[in-house]
Design a protein around this ligand. Structure first.
Ligand code: ATP
Ligand code: SF4
Ligand code: MG
Length: 345
């Protein structure tokens, strides 16, 4: 999946993340491959429970290795992460890769000042003095647009507004100049104006530092704003991938089409109902046979021989563009044109 022909900075191949639970094995991620290019943003989209966070926690090496079976390959700048030691991973988190989450309050300790938390991350990786770390904290707070950074650096997180806390978390994530930033729904809890400011901030920082970003969201509107490439996940697998333009303008998979049809657009008349996807996401304990989307797919009956219920469609990829569906390209061209045209505007 490439916007250009660059080497990927992160390369994930056939990733499987399976959890042992009392009820059985939860196949949260089940054979996922994708690339992220230096300085580019990969948007990962999918409904709740599709495996977005589990995938990225695997990249960061944050799963409990005793309870989780992880297979496949995760190459970060050429280094295999699945066989890396805990110590190596800890070193890489911060220096090479970093993350921001939806809930800044949960990520920041209430017992230490914002400046101390940003500074400690920096000190841990650079071994610099406390004074240098404090100066770096102030510099980072300024860079993410916190006013009066010289005094706010000594505030505790609860004295910051939601948007400011999110900025502080971004400052902490970026303090060691990571080359990959994983942002897991970082703006979901914020109001629309602050959300837009944070998105602009991430774009500016990416321009400035050439950071690669994985941006996880439910929201295709956010994808349209920030992503270069898009990965659509369903039931722990990739169902479609391509550049943003390809995926949003000419979706190849009924699930992507469903997401687009359920998305409000600016010119969507208020009295015309949106078209949500019927049913709910699959259980990953006992996933549906065949195509995991088949119980909800309005096109399943168009495929001959009931194949959708019995055979898992492979992800067919050409030049980075791919989808996993039994419909032929002629069928897609016939059924999708009008729907996609109206949804992607
Ligand atoms: N530690 C765990 N043990 C067992 N199952 C888990 C564990 N962590 C996640 N899961 C399951 O794995 C599946 C994928 O979860 P994940 O958190 O990746 O979804 P998601 O796409 O990030 O959803 P959301 O949009 O709600 O954040 C879910 O069914 C979830 O219940
Ligand atoms: S393979 Fe069948 S069920 Fe799955 S998305 Fe395609 S048409 Fe729908
Ligand atoms: Mg999640």
């Amino acid at each position: 999946m490439t916007s250009t022909d660059q080497q990927p900075f992160l390369s994930v191949r056939d990733l499987k993340v399976h959890f042992s639970t009392e009820d059985g094995i939860v196949k949260a991620v089940d054979g996922l491959s994708f690339d992220v290019l230096k300085g580019k943003t990969l948007g990962i989209v999918g409904e709740s429970g599709s495996g977005k966070s589990v995938t990225n926690l695997a990249v960061l090496g944050l799963h409990d290795r005793d309870r989780t079976a992880i297979e496949g390959e995760i190459l970060l700048d050429g280094k295999e992460l699945l066989t890396a030691s805990e110590k190596e991973l800890e070193q890489l988190r911060g220096n090479k890769m970093s993350m921001i989450f939806q809930d800044a309050l949960a990520s920041l300790s209430p017992y230490h000042t914002v400046g101390k938390q940003i500074g400690e991350t920096y000190r841990k990786h650079t071994g610099c003095s406390k004074q240098e770390a404090r100066a770096r904290s102030i510099e980072m707070l300024k860079r993410v647009g916190i006013p009066q950074a010289e005094t706010r650096v000594d505030d505790y997180p609860h004295l910051f507004s939601g948007g400011m806390r999110q900025r502080a978390m971004i400052a902490m994530a970026l303090v060691c100049d990571p080359e990959l930033l994983i942002a897991d729904e970082p703006t979901t809890a914020l109001d629309v104006t602050v959300q837009a400011q944070i998105m602009d901030l991430l774009k500016d920082l990416q321009q400035e530092f050439g950071t690669a970003i994985i941006f996880i969201t439910h929201d295709l509107g956010v994808i349209a704003d920030i992503a270069d490439d898009v990965l659509v996940m369903y039931g722990g697998r990739c169902v479609e991938r391509g550049t943003k333009r390809e995926v949003l303008r000419s979706p190849q998979h009924p699930y992507t089409l469903g997401l687009l049809s359920s998305m409000p657009s600016l010119d969507h008349p208020v009295d015309v109902p949106l078209n949500p996807i019927p049913g709910s996401p699959p259980s990953l304990l006992n996933p549906p046979t065949g195509c995991r989307f088949h119980p909800r797919c309005t096109f399943a009956e168009k495929v001959e021989g009931g194949l959708c219920a019995t055979e898992q469609p492979p992800l067919q990829i050409t030049n980075g563009r791919g989808s996993a569906c039994h419909l032929t390209s002629a069928q897609r061209a016939e059924y999708f044109t009008d729907l996609a045209g109206s949804a992607a505007n």
